[in-house]
Design a protein around this ligand. Structure first.
Ligand code: ATP
Ligand code: MG
Length: 257
């Protein structure tokens, strides 16, 4: 498999309370070009799992393998887009899109050409000389997306990227990322706690639950794209996902080890 997560377990030590399992053992295989959504409530280990794949963090036991190689740290082939965009306020849109290319020492002219191309891809050509403070939240998110795509990573890791956006903007960003994913054929692992967002975007939804954080189940979403958010099949899958979260309180295991 392209990405293999094998018995990946992460625990933390918390003062006075001993060790705590942030993430129970996870086994997951992800194919190249798949769109995977990690879906679950706050604290279930979504960011923890994403960080293990990104290589920002290492599992306490188990491992993550990409293209047959165990992940031991970050790589140029994987890029993470965070919720707060991480734009530099003193740089224009184009200069923000160029940032990662600069870090990778791409030649200046080539850098500008690529930045123009990706700024256009996310529909911001008319704003290329604006500063982040002159843009809406959705536009800033697009800049962050263009910047990540500009270095042509194989894997995009997105941690609740649309969490700060209003519902309408959020839907248009979902349309946008789905279009770009189809066009650029990236492998995307997308964290969200929004069920409809996951059903709209994912080939497969990895459902996570808390106390302790773990993968509860994986649901296939075999709907044709572009998906109709109001279609009967869409709503059927949404209801099925929703049912996964109806926790029975009496089978909550002990949180602290
Ligand atoms: N550095 C850390 N030290 C101690 N505990 C941590 C650390 N990072 C995460 N945790 C704990 O691990 C659990 C999982 O955290 P994680 O950030 O992965 O959750 P999440 O699903 O991303 O939540 P959210 O939706 O709120 O972002 C939480 O209980 C959290 O308190
Ligand atoms: Mg998180």
């Amino acid at each position: 498999m392209y990405i293999s997560i094998v018995e990946a377990y992460r625990e933390y030590s918390v003062e006075d309370r001993g060790r705590m399992a942030a993430l129970e053992r996870v086994n997951l295989e992800i194919g190249k070009g798949e769109f995977i959504c990690l879906l679950g409530p706050s604290g279930c280990g979504k960011t923890t799992l994403l960080n293990l794949i990104a290589g920002f963090d290492r599992p306490t036991s188990g491992f993550v393998r990409i293209n047959g190689e165990t992940v031991t740290g970050p790589s140029e082939n994987r890029i993470t887009i965070f919720q707060n965009y991480g734009l530099l306020p003193w740089r224009t849109v184009l200069r923000n899109v160029e940032l990662e290319l600069e870090a990778r020492k791409t030649d200046k002219k080539e850098r500008r050409r690529i930045a123009e191309e990706y700024t256009e891809l996310v529909g911001l050509s008319a704003y290329k000389n604006h500063y982040p403070s002159q843009l809406s939240g959705g536009m800033q998110q697009r800049v962050a997306l263009a910047r990540a795509l500009a270095v042509d990573p194989e894997i995009l890791l997105m941690d609740e990227p649309f969490g700060a956006l209003d519902a309408m903007t959020r839907m248009s960003m979902q349309d946008e990322i789905e279009r770009i994913w189809r066009e650029k054929k990236k492998t995307i692992i997308f964290v969200t706690h929004d069920i409809e967002e996951a059903v709209f975007l994912a080939d497969r939804i990895v459902i996570m639950t808390s106390f302790p954080g773990k993968v509860k189940s994986v649901i296939d979403v075999p709907l044709a794209r572009k998906r109709d958010r109001t279609g009967a099949d869409f709503l059927k899958i949404r209801d099925r996902v929703f049912a996964e979260f109806e926790l029975k309180t009496d089978d909550e295991p002990e949180y602290y080890l």
